[in-house]
Design a protein around this ligand. Structure first.
Ligand SMILES: *Cc1c(COP(=O)(O)O)cnc(C)c1O
Length: 418
């Protein structure tokens, strides 16, 4: 069973200042995890992780990750602005967007970001947006979609059905065109996994990109500065799953690098990653209170949290472990559907889950909510998003986002003309 870094007493005290539901992130655990990732790739002098901002778009989390040299992987205007505000600019931003609006390319250019094109048509489009500029110092990158050449993954699906990236032929054409326009610095990118727990899949992605960088090098005389193997490293949401063996991924990619890059005289080549989920995911918790117990055709435990706080169970049928602080060792159990208050029957955090017998007033901790959790929340049904708290190493709690209020919800409405 998961052991959150706090107990029922801590929740009771914290809830006096920040009523449930709230998200809380364990800063020390996130730091340790960031260190572990960095260490697994320390063999690569230029290694850099660009934290995928969309996973947990909070400047305080981004700032914490900056301590480890992590940049920002952005794919929208808001994410670019967040990166700018925490001081990640220039090559500390990887702009990996798709179906990109002109103003976002303009902003990414202005910030000096590494621009990662999603499509061959985006090269002339980008040029039309930024105008007649000097490309000399800029790093340009393209996103490869291997299509049927690489097998699928449960969340991201089959590459050939994914909307992202270039075909192989298009890559050759685009790098050639960029070179002709005066671009001198290049990277190569692919992101073909999501919530993947098999180290081989990630190692294979690196191998695929190493081979492709070699082919592009031979055909076009391009010396790549980096390959970015994307994010997509999974976390063990389910009790029977194991965490990704990052050390093995690091070693596997190192071996491939020696054979495919160093032996070909293509080093140094920097290895980049843009993981989101696996960095803060396991170290964020959604804390909620049982509001009602309902006994009809099933037993329902209704919480004060709902899909506005965590959508993953509702949209992916995702499993999130639920801990009941103070009742961890209880032998009296019941099977519950754990629900929110939204008028949507998929507003359930767990379906037919064995839990300690619950009563109104009990607190529940929904685990692994640190990534794609708060960020995915929505305001449908007028349900508001909760606060985010940071549990600092010494036990101090810091509010890093306040809870939404009705005024926030109504802020875009004009009641004047009624
Ligand atoms: C979502 C996304 C990521 C992060 O994915 P995780 O599964 O959170 O690691 C990285 N890069 C791109 C382009 C993405 O769209």
């Amino acid at each position: 069973m998961r052991k959150p870094p706090f107990d029922r007493k801590w929740i009771e005290e914290t809830a006096q200042k920040w009523p449930t539901p709230f998200h809380v992130y364990d800063a020390a655990a996130i730091r340790d995890n960031a260190k572990r990732l960095r260490k697994a790739f320390s063999w690569n002098a230029g290694f850099r992780e660009y934290f995928a901002v969309k996973a947990t778009p909070n400047p305080h989390i981004m700032r914490l990750l900056q301590e480890f040299g992590f940049g920002s992987d952005c794919s929208s205007m808001a994410e670019l602005v967040l990166a700018e505000k925490v001081g990640n600019v220039g090559d500390a931003i990887m702009f990996t967007s798709n179906d990109t609006p002109a103003e976002e390319f303009a902003k990414a250019w202005e910030l000096g970001a590494i621009i990662n094109l999603d499509d061959i048509a985006h090269w002339p489009f980008l040029k039309s947006v930024v105008g007649d500029v000097d490309w000399t110092g800029r790093i340009m990158c393209c996103r490869y979609n291997p299509g049927p050449l690489k097998g699928g993954n449960a969340i991201i699906g089959k590459p050939e059905e994914a909307k992202y990236g270039f075909t192989k032929e298009q890559l050759f054409e685009c790098y050639k065109a960029m070179k002709e326009s005066g671009v001198k610095r290049f990277g190569l990118h692919a992101m073909v996994a999501s919530n993947e727990l098999d180290p081989e899949y990630i190692i294979d992605t690196a191998k695929m990109l190493f081979a492709l960088a070699g082919e592009l090098h031979d055909a076009l005389g391009i010396d790549f500065e980096f390959v970015n193997i994307g994010g997509g490293i999974g976390i063990p949401y389910k009790p029977d799953q194991n965490a990704m063996d990052l050390e093995r991924v690091g070693k596997g990619i190192e071996a491939a690098y020696r054979e495919m890059i160093a032996a070909k005289g293509m080093d140094p080549l920097k290895l980049y990653m843009e993981c989101g989920r696996c960095i803060p995911g396991p170290y964020g918790y959604l804390v909620a209170k049982v509001r009602h117990i309902k006994n009809t055709y099933r037993m329902y435990a209704g919480l004060d949290a709902c899909m506005s706080n965590l959508m993953r169970p509702a949209i992916y049928g995702a499993y999130h472990e639920i801990v009941v602080p103070g009742k961890e060792n209880s032998t009296e159990t019941t099977i519950y559907d754990v629900t929110g208050s939204l008028c949507e029957n998929n507003d359930k955090f767990a379906v037919q889950r064995v839990l300690p017998v619950l009563e109104p007033g009990d607190y529940v901790v929904i685990c692994d909510a640190g990534a794609h959790g708060h960020a995915m929340g929505f305001q449908y049904n007028g349900k508001l998003r909760s606060a985010e708290l940071l549990l600092e190493a010494g036990g101090k709690v810091r509010e890093i986002r306040r809870a939404e209020t009705l005024d926030d919800y109504f802020a875009t409405l004009d009641f004047g003309g009624l």
